[in-house]
Design a protein around this ligand. Sequence first.
Ligand code: GLC
Ligand code: GLC
Length: 646
Amino acid sequence: MNQSAIHRLLGGKRLENPKKTDLLPLFEKRLAANLSLIQELFFSLYPNQTYGMAFEELLALMAKLFKRRPEDLKIQDLQRLGEGNWYQRGQWIGMQLYVDRFCGDLKGLEEKLPYLEKLGINFLHLMPLTKRPKGQNDGGYAVNSYTEIDPVFGTDADLTLLTKKFREKGICLMLDFVVNHTSDEYPWALSAKKGNPEFQQYYYTYADRTIPDLFEVSLPEVFPETSPGNFTYDADMQRWVMTVFNHYQWDLNYTNPEVFMAMLENLVELSNKGVDVIRFDALAFLWKRIGTDSQNLPEAHRLISLFRMCLQVVAPGAVILAEAIVSPQQIVRYFGEGIYQGNECELAYNATYMACLWDSIATKKTRLLYRSLETIPAKPKMCTWVNYVRCHDDIGLGFDDRNIAELGWNPGDHRRFLLDYYCQRLEWSPAKGAVFMYNPLTGDGRITGSTASLLGLEKALEEKDSKGIDQALDKILLLYGSILAFPGIPLVYAGDEIAMLNDYSYLTDPAKADDSRWVNRPVHDWEAVSNLRKRSLPSSRVFQKLKKLIALRKEIDVLTDTGNLRLLDSGNEHLLVFERHSEGGAGLLLVGNFDENPQVLNASWLESLGYLNKKGNKNLVNGKTLDLNSGLLEVSPYDLLWLLKV
Ligand code: GLC
Ligand code: GLC
C-alpha cells in the first residue's frame, strides 16, 4: 500500500497523536485496501473449492489478531505508515548477537545497552529466544514455541519490558521467525507422533519411501555431513517426515492452509511483542515440489507475499527480512516481482556482496565483486539490503558460475581455491577457517571462522608477526567500511567489533561438536572490553576505528539508501570504488584496496568525479589529507578511503 493511499484512507489526517477512536476503523480500511491481493494470493495457493471455508477462517483470524495487537503498537503502526520507509533511514546500525553468549539473559542485555550505544548500535538482531529442545537445537532454530521465551533467557515479561525500553531509546528490534520448520518436540509434531492424522498433515509425512525417494532425486542436502538426506524415519509415528535441515527440524507443510493460518497467528503474536523487523528464516525452502530443488519456487514467493499482506492489515509497522542465502539472481526476487513488487520482503540479506567481499580478499582482486554487482537486477526503490561481513552461519560460495567463467576462471577450480585459501590448505594464506559441510558428491563446501581469524589475525598473533597483525586489522576495517558505505542497514556481528578470534570450545560440547559454525559464535570477551583504554591492543584498535566509522556513517546524508549507488570502474582490478550521491550534487566516494601492495589511482579521474581539487582532499576514515605524487594517488595495502565531494 503506498503513502498516498494511506493518507487517503485516513482522510489526510496528521498522524502524530492518533486517538483510540481513530484506530477502530483501521482494520476494515486496511483489509479493504489489500483484500483483492490477499484473496488472489490465497486462492492461487489453495485453489480447491473446499478451501472457500478456509478463506472465511482467515478473515476471522485477521480480525481477531488485530484486536489482540497492543494499542501502543497500533499507534506506532500508523506513525510508521506516515513516515514511509522508516527502515531505509541511514541512521540504523545493527548488531547481531546471541543473548546468552553476549550477556547471559534479557535482563543482562539491558545492562549492556550503554556499551552498544557507545559503539553506535541502534538496531539489534537477537538470536532465537523461544523454547527449544535440550541438547541439539541448532542454536534455537529448532523451536518448541514461537512465542514463549526460554527460561534460559528470562520471562515473557522480561522481553516485553526490554522492547518497551528499546522503543523509548529508539532501538529497533529484529527477531527470527523460523517459518520453514518446527522442532520435533513442537506440540504439532508431538501430536503427529502420537498418530493424530490431522497433525501429520502439518508436516510432510509418508508411510513408506515412495514419495521421499521421488523427492530425493532432485533435492540437494543442506547439512550433508550431519543430516544426510531430506527425510527422517520417526519410530513413534512409524512414518517418514521431511527434514531438509537437521533431522530434528520438521518441515512445515504449507500446502495445508491450516498450517498457513496457524503460522500467521504465531507471526502476529511475535510482532505483538514489539518486534520491528521479522527475520524470515530459510524462507527460500517454504514450498516443495517433486522434480525440483524445492527452493525459490513461485509458490514460496506467493506464500511469503500472503504473510506480508496479512501483516499489512494487522501489524503494518513490522517489516520482513528475507534470509534467502541463494544465488544473486534469486535473492532480489524476495523483494517481490511484477504486481507483487514491494509486497513481499522489505529487506533482504545481501549475501552476494558479503561472499564477493570474501572473494576479493582471497583473490586480492575485485573482479568477481564488480561482475556480480553489475549483473544483479535492480531492487525496488522501497526495499533495501541488510549488509554484513559475517553472521552466525557459514559463508556460502553463492556466486553465479557464469560470472566466474566470464572472468576466464574455472568455477570449480575457483571455489576450490577459496576453500583452500580460507580453510588452511595453503601454506601462504593468513586465514584460519574451517570447511563447513563438505559434500564429496558435489564437491561443494562452505567456510566457517570468525572475521578476525579468516582475515589473518589469529595466525599473525600466534606468529607474533606485527605486520601481519596490522594487515589483519586493516582488512577488518576495509570490509566493515565497505558494508557501512553500501546502501542498506549495516549489521555488525557481535565480537567483530573487538576482533574476536575463533572459539574452539564448542568441540567439547557434544550438542555442538559436529557443527563447526559454533567456531564463530563466541562468548563475548568482556575483558577485552574492559581494556578498551589500552589503545594498542588489537581489540581496542578495531573498536575505536569502527566506532569512528559508525559515527561518520550517521553524519553523512548520502549514505541513506535512495537508490543512489554508482559503481565506478577505476581500471585497477585490486580496487573497489563506488559512489553514493544525491540529486543536489553531494557525494561520498569509497576506495578500498584489496591487495597487499600499494595501488595507484589517477588523480585527474578523481578530480573529474569531483573528489579532488587543488587543495587535495581528506580521507574521512583517518582524517589525513591525500598524498598525491606525479598526478597519482597511492592507496596503501588494504586501505579504506571515504572521500566527500569537495
Ligand atoms: C537459517 C539459519 C541457520 C539455521 C537454518 C535452519 O539458515 O540462519 O542458522 O541452521 O536456517 O533453521
Ligand atoms: C542453508 C540456508 C542458509 C543457511 C545455511 C545454514 O544453506 O539456505 O540460509 O545459512 O543453510 O548453514
